[in-house]
Write a protein that binds this ligand. Structure first.
Ligand SMILES: C=C(O[C@H]1C=CC=C(C(=O)O)[C@@H]1O)C(=O)O
Length: 455
């Protein structure tokens, strides 16, 4: 297999590569980097995972693994293990995110044509707590020493943006929510998360960096990402796995902000005591901690959520932490391959087991997913699926692809924005519609459009 053009493979990538993956990481003077790492990204093919200015940006493609169906996670994980098992690595920095890394994003549902992809970039620049580095990757050999690029061309505006309804209009989506409430009240399930899409049309071809800059500036506490055509700034961390410690930020239960600090504090108190939102939240924490537990020798699940303040909404939030069992422990009995050189299951394999949590599907999971298929009227694509990155040791960070939009691969003027809401017995369709509008706000703002959809 040649590496130029990019190698795109299904299974067995190491066997089909012309040589081993080779990576070289060097330390970089943090002062030589732009304050915003996104300034380094080229207009096309950029990858990003950033929070509060730290994280990874990357471009170019040495290898791409495309997967589909129920095995989309396992196949991607195995491909990465196979590639990294033969990799030649020179790493002067040795931090999470140095050495070879792969960026990934995966469809919410096994039946989606969106499948999953892992991309191994050609160049990565990273920053973490005052340390900065650059990694160059290739197949066979890295030629020359890594040199920092000069800042790329500035991002260009999408121009006029027109928003139209996606699969369902406002009335149709509220009917779907009403139907879900009926199913829940009839005792067929406890919770379901229903999403809707809105289609944006831009007058100029979309430059993803325009959106990413605005998302990371406006939502610094969220994880701003660009992987596989999905762009967004998610407040929800499915899993971070680092040196045997795992962390997850579970969100469910939402109230819109007013823009007035005193009024928002009062709203935070209302949210913290709302039985409807606390119930919604509890399902999400339960689903995550039940699945994470068997991978861990110990976990810490706080009894009460805290209120996370974002510029557009307040969420009930719980940070769950755990210590991974070493290989041969209960993670394996949960059906995972220990594979990664750290001796722990890889971050992707744990993320795959956790997906979909009740923050994006519902409780019980199977019934909720069936109802979603039946009444949402759309394919979620990679919205609400795991998105993030993983290193050669299997450690990495995977967010849930929320507050996001999917670019149309065939039309650079078109993208689909998504937002979903947890529905329980006490839900009200009009309130859920208003909540979904609040959740669309980050992407609308990033595109420069803050209005409502036009039919
Ligand atoms: C499904 C979404 O949000 C989830 C995360 C936080 C709060 C949620 C809620 O209150 O319904 C959702 O569970 C979305 O943003 O599309």
């Amino acid at each position: 297999m040649s590496t130029d053009p990019t190698a795109a493979v299904g299974a067995g990538p190491a066997r089909s590569l012309a040589g081993p993956l080779v990576s070289r990481t060097v330390a970089v003077d943090p002062g030589s980097l732009p304050a915003d790492l996104l300034d380094l990204l080229p207009a096309e093919g950029g990858l990003a995972w950033l929070r509060r200015g730290d994280g990874l940006v990357a471009w170019g493609e040495v290898l791409r693994v495309e997967t589909h169906g129920a095995e989309r996670f396992t196949e991607a994980d195995q491909a990465w293990q196979e590639v990294t098992a033969h990799a030649v690595v020179r790493d002067e920095v040795r931090q999470p995110g140095t050495g070879p890394v792969a960026f990934g994003s995966f469809a919410f549902s096994a039946g989606s044509p969106a499948g999953g992809s892992l991309v191994v970039p050609r160049t990565v620049v990273g920053r973490r707590a005052g340390t900065a580095w650059m990694t160059v990757l290739d197949v066979g050999a890295v030629t020359g020493s890594p040199t920092l690029p000069t800042a790329a061309t500035p991002a260009t505006s999408p121009g006029e943006v027109e928003m139209t309804d996606g699969a369902l209009d406002a009335a149709g989506w509220q009917q779907a929510v009403a139907r879900a409430i009926g199913e829940i009240r009839a005792g067929r399930l406890d919770k379901v998360v229903l999403a809707r899409d809105v289609v944006a049309r831009t007058s100029a071809p979309l430059d993803p960096r325009w959106v990413l800059h605005r998302l990371s500036a406006g939502y610094p506490s969220c994880w701003t990402f660009a992987v596989g055509g999905l762009l967004g700034a998610t407040p929800e961390l499915l899993l971070r796995s680092e040196k045997g410690l795992v962390t997850s930020r579970v969100l469910a239960g939402t109230i819109r902000r007013t823009g007035d600090d005193d009024a928002d504090l009062a709203r935070a108190a209302i949210l913290a005591h709302s039985s409807k939102d606390l119930e919604e939240h509890e399902y999400a924490v339960d689903s995550l901690s039940r699945t994470l537990g068997p991978f861990c020798s110990s976990t810490n699940v706080p009894e009460t959520p805290f209120v996370l303040h974002l510029p557009n909404v307040l969420h009930l939030a719980t940070d769950v932490t755990g210590v991974l069992s070493t290989s041969g422990g209960s993670g394996q009995s949960a059906g995972q391959t220990p594979g990664a050189p750290s001796g722990h299951p890889s971050s992707l394999s744990i993320a795959a087991a956790l997906h979909p949590t009740a923050a994006v599907a519902g409780t019980p999971t199977d019934q909720a997913c069936r109802l979603i298929e039946e009444i949402e009227g759309m394919d979620r694509g990679r919205y609400a699926g795991p998105v993030g990155w993983m290193g050669a040791d299997g450690d990495g960070e995977w967010g849930i692809g929320l507050r996001s939009a999917e670019l149309d691969p065939l039309d650079p003027h078109r993208l689909r924005l998504f937002a979903g809401c947890g529905v329980v017995a006490a839900s009200d369709p009009a309130a859920e519609l208003a909540e979904s509008e609040a959740k669309l706000e980050p992407m609308r703002h990033a595109l420069g459009d803050d209005g409502s959809p036009r039919a």
